[in-house]
Design a protein around this ligand. Structure first.
Ligand code: GDP
Ligand code: MN
Length: 391
């Protein structure tokens, strides 16, 4: 689950990391009030940032500075409602603008192959790390945190020196360790600070000082671990969840959209993957991965069908059910119900084996569904139906 920058920053602050102050505004008026407050407390400029779950907001014009309250109002007005990579901006972050001396990159990711948290750092901050990885891979330094011991002090110091951040060693070490702590505290699979910036500001005595702060924050949470953190569920942004993803989640379906034309409805993750493989072997391209789960009843089958048909690219559907706890006749009833409500007529091939397969076969025959006895046959028929639709 992706969360907005402002929410990611709240998590960082809760873990003791340095983040400049901010407020979230949903309207121009709110943005103006927030800017007024920051100007009143001494800011020379404010920064206004689109809150959308995509990167590269700066390049897209979604991050701007303003030097006085009326300008902040104007800038907020141009960013709110703006379209960034297909997403409409509905809220902005307003904060005192940082006077940036240098931008760095630091992130923690789950390295599944190593079974460890991997820290990555670079002196080439502010640009997308994929770009740095492609053009100058040596500019990225890496270190793994031990799953039991965490990131050790000497590792953190080596890492911070290697990324060219020796001038801010203490702060850099604290942030590196803080990223690992944040990963573990919330079961995150990514915590990315880009830019991690050295900024210049005045301290309480009016003396110019340099400080290391997290200017941007991107956190993604492991969906499978969310039940361990019910309070984080609130950070889900319904404005930006694809409608199909939302419907699937609410119906208890595991759904991943793909680019092909053959919609697949299967029970069990392993069988779903096998089904996709066989569709490909038969010459087709699956439009999705969809696991309706064990014991799926008619309403869940109907929901799955709606989600599949919502994808305009789908021109054939393959239903492959292995009845164990899931009863074949329940699935057949769900399919019949779904077809009755269906807005788009798409050829469908159904294979149901296992529990109550005979009852299912009778129901499907009465309803004149195309069926198949084996998975190979089902895949071949679905691919043929899809080709027929294209021709
Ligand atoms: P992203 O483009 O979506 O990654 O958004 P960022 O928050 O990283 O902002 C993009 C760029 O805007 C940063 O790399 C900075 O160069 C600049 N920027 C962001 N916040 C500030 C700020 O407070 N002051 C200044 N001067 N520049 C900022
Ligand atoms: Mn950024």
């Amino acid at each position: 689950m992706k969360i907005q920058e402002a929410d990611a920053k709240s998590l960082l602050v809760a873990q003791g990391l340095p983040v400049p102050d901010w407020e979230v505004a949903h309207t121009v008026e709110e943005a103006r009030l927030a800017a007024d407050r920051f100007f009143a407390s001494g800011a020379e400029q404010v920064v206004i940032k689109a809150q959308v779950l995509v990167g590269g907001r700066g390049k897209a014009g979604g991050v701007k500075l303003a030097g006085f309250p009326e300008q902040a109002e104007l800038v907020a007005g141009t960013i709110l409602g703006m379209d960034i990579k297909g997403i409409t901006v509905r809220k902005v972050l307003v904060g005192p603008a940082a006077n940036i001396v240098k931008e760095f990159y630091m992130s923690a990711v789950l390295d599944r192959a190593a079974g460890r948290i991997l820290l990555m750092g670079s002196a080439e901050g502010g640009v997308e790390i994929e770009q740095v990885a492609a053009s100058n891979p040596a500019a990225i330094v890496r270190v793994h945190a031990d799953p039991l011991l965490g990131l050790l002090d000497f590792q953190a110091r080596q890492f911070v020196f290697a990324m060219g951040l020796g001038a801010q060693l203490k702060a850099g070490v604290a942030i590196a360790k803080g990223l690992v702590r944040t990963m573990r505290a919330y079961d995150a699979d990514l915590v990315e600070i880009n830019p991690l910036a050295i900024i210049r500001e005045l301290d309480a005595t009016g003396t110019e000082v340099e400080r290391l702060v997290c200017l941007d924050a991107k956190v993604t949470l492991d969906d499978s671990a969310l039940p361990r953190h019910p309070e984080l569920e609130e950070l889900r942004d319904p404005d930006e969840e694809a409608p199909a993803d939302r419907e699937a989640r609410e119906a208890g379906l595991t759904f991943i959209k793909l680019d092909g034309t053959i919609g697949c409805m299967v029970n069990g993750a392993g069988l779903a993957m096998t089904t996709m493989d066989l569709v490909k072997r038969a010459g087709g391209e699956p439009a999705n991965f969809l696991d309706i789960g064990g014991g799926a009843r008619a309403d869940r089958v109907a929901a799955a069908m709606r989600i599949i048909l919502d994808d305009p690219k789908v021109d054939a559907i393959l239903v492959n059910i292995f009845g164990g706890i899931t009863r074949g006749d329940e699935v057949a009833k769900g399919l019949i119900e779904a077809r009755a409500q269906q807005t788009r007529d798409v050829p469908m091939v159904v294979r149901i084996v296992g529990t109550n397969a005979a009852e299912a076969a009778l129901l499907l025959e009465q309803a004149q569904f195309t069926t198949a006895a084996t998975l190979d046959e089902a895949a071949a028929k679905a691919v043929a139906a899809s080709r027929g639709a294209v021709a």
